[in-house]
Ligand binder design. Sequence first.
Ligand code: AMP
Ligand code: ZN
Length: 114
Amino acid sequence: MSECLFCRIIAGTLPTEFVYEDEHVVAFRDINPAAPVHVLVVPRAHIETVADLGGDTAGIMSRLTAAANRIARDAGIHNGGYRLIVNCGRDGGQTVFHLHMHLLGGRQMPELAA
Ligand code: AMP
Ligand code: ZN
């Protein structure tokens, strides 16, 4: 079995409700939500960080963004706006080393800290 938490969720060995899925992408609610809407948008392929993208995987960010925009529309937060975040590596605050995009919304998001 994969050691990677998100690969286990994608494989169904860690049962998790998907709010969106397609051939390349799955999305599920963050277990520790930081906003009323907090969804993780995740490529099915195991890619550790955004810094690893390129070549065959260069298009993955646009797939993640398109899925996030659609989820935001479905959640009814597209008019008010929302925040998309990708943490990269230890100093970027990444804790799960399977690339993912955070979709945060449903309230005014604070200014980014310096
Ligand atoms: P990051 O810090 O950018 O790597 O984000 C990892 C996110 O995964 C955190 O916001 C966690 O709350 C979230 N998380 C960890 N385990 C799970 C899980 N089993 N299901 C959903 N979200 C999770
Ligand atoms: Zn993985």
